[in-house]
Design a protein around this ligand. Structure first.
Ligand SMILES: [Zn+2]
Length: 143
């Protein structure tokens, strides 16, 4: 797994399984990512979701160098088999819900670029890093 990734799905490493790992942690690609214990997810189903979607920047280890502004449900209720072979029901919101939806899409052969609503909302990693730096500056000056 790429150390700068926050999730990886089996099809990305050419494994024909419906499974992925959600592993959020702050890193150069996502400096504001929350820290969490990695969750292995097997045969997931999104049971229900919030009405509202939130747009945020996403990238993908399988599509290097590009970012897209992608709408995702703000919160989701999911069911999956855990590492002990037991069914688990969980609720995720915000960034974790975003990773889950991104990785779940990989299982169906969908990548984030398929969900871009406007071509102007695709930028290079370089432009994204600039954007992040500006946001940080703004937050700092708001103290
Ligand atoms: Zn991906």
């Amino acid at each position: 797994m790429d150390v700068n990734g926050v999730g990886i799905a089996a099809p990305q490493v050419y494994q024909p399984y419906r499974m992925f790992i959600v592993a959020s942690h702050p890193n150069p690609r996502y400096p504001n990512a929350p820290e969490m214990k990695p969750i292995p997810v097997i045969n997931p189903t999104i049971v229900s979701h919030s009405k509202n979607k939130i747009k945020d920047w996403e990238g993908c280890l399988s599509i290097p160098g590009i970012r897209g502004l992608i709408p995702r449900y703000q919160s989701i209720k999911v069911e999956f088999t855990n590492r002990n072979g037991k069914k688990e029901k969980r609720e995720f919101s915000d960034f974790i819900a975003r990773i889950f939806q991104h990785e779940n899409d990989h299982l169906d052969g969908i990548v984030f670029l398929d969900r871009v609503e406007n071509n102007k909302e695709i930028i290079t990693d370089k432009e994204y890093q600039k954007l992040i730096a500006q946001t940080k500056k703004k937050i700092t000056s708001d103290y």
